[in-house]
Design a protein around this ligand. Sequence first.
Ligand code: NAD
Length: 336
Amino acid sequence: MTDKLRLALVGVGRMGAFHARTLAPSPLIDVVAIADTNATAAAALAAELGAATFSNLDDLADAEDIDAWLISTPTTTHPDVVRAAFAAGVHILCEKPLALDPAESDALGTRAANLDLVLQVGFWRRFAPPWARAKELIDAGAIGRPLMVRLSQWDADPPPASFCDPVSSGGLAVDCGVHEFDLAEWFTGLPVTSVSARNLPLVDETLAEVGDVDNLIAVLDLQGGAVATVDLSRNCRYGDDVRTEVLGSEGALFVDLLPTGRTRLATAMRNEVVVGSETDDAFAAGVLAQAEAFARIVSGELLDYPGARASSHAVAVGIEVRRVAAEADNPPSTPV
Ligand SMILES: NC(=O)c1ccc[n+]([C@@H]2O[C@H](COP(=O)([O-])OP(=O)(O)OC[C@H]3O[C@@H](n4cnc5c(N)ncnc54)[C@H](O)[C@@H]3O)[C@@H](O)[C@H]2O)c1
């Protein structure tokens, strides 16, 4: 590997194009190739970035001087594209979730380890300053023992029903929920042991055609008695918002994405914004920091990162939330 990670972007739709423009100024990463089955989309972005274009993965795999692929293709294609990356012998940063089947995700993780390739999953919140500072403070004992976690992910508007389809993306519980389920376990260090969940009445009626919902709430029991609540929405209208609150035995942390990213630490001694947590665009900062951490890991630095196991765990929780919420929609009839 040269000083900069020579990165190919595979899939440059909504998220891949965001990666491309966010990573462009990085001193650690050179986006050298753009691959997309939609050759027109790939060519336009490649021209903007001065990168080579590929419209099929066999040609990309044959290309020399590429260290890693960042995969942002549709979720159902991830396992095949990851296997193509294995065959090409490149390291992988794959968008979340790695696979809709937890067992397949674990198998990909095992294969990556056997090939000595890095396989990182795109849980960008872990790298965004507001959440990264909060995690450092929790680990340092700043709020004592975590007891309650409240996690909200409210998107402005739903993507098309074809995307929301649980078969395509996992639906709201998996596609959106995995970020929050991962955070609940990462922040507390405690695995989810059981869940309860409810769907809310549909706002976007077209979602009924694919069997998805646009609002749900879940309660996650964590090992040892701590609890996390997760509420997900696709219709808050004012922006894509994420908020996280952690109550510990000695204080609390409040993490905001909007209107600007920041973390507030509140204890008996202080109630103030945490130095180093403030970020105008915490989403972009997290996406950049996650890719730069990936570049460092590929070059041999020993950093903690979310891999296949983190994805399979979060997806398994999401599948259970979807199942339990659907059951609650259709309870067995009881006498009134
Ligand atoms: N981390 C996040 O916050 C976040 C946000 C949005 C999307 N995502 C994830 O990003 C992924 C992509 O989502 P999106 O909304 O950008 O989808 P999209 O449909 O907008 O883009 C997918 C792109 O991949 C291309 N493509 C499809 N199959 C391909 C293949 N085999 N090889 C190469 N290119 C291929 C398509 O032509 C398209 O340009 C999903 O897994 C999604 O979960 C993550």
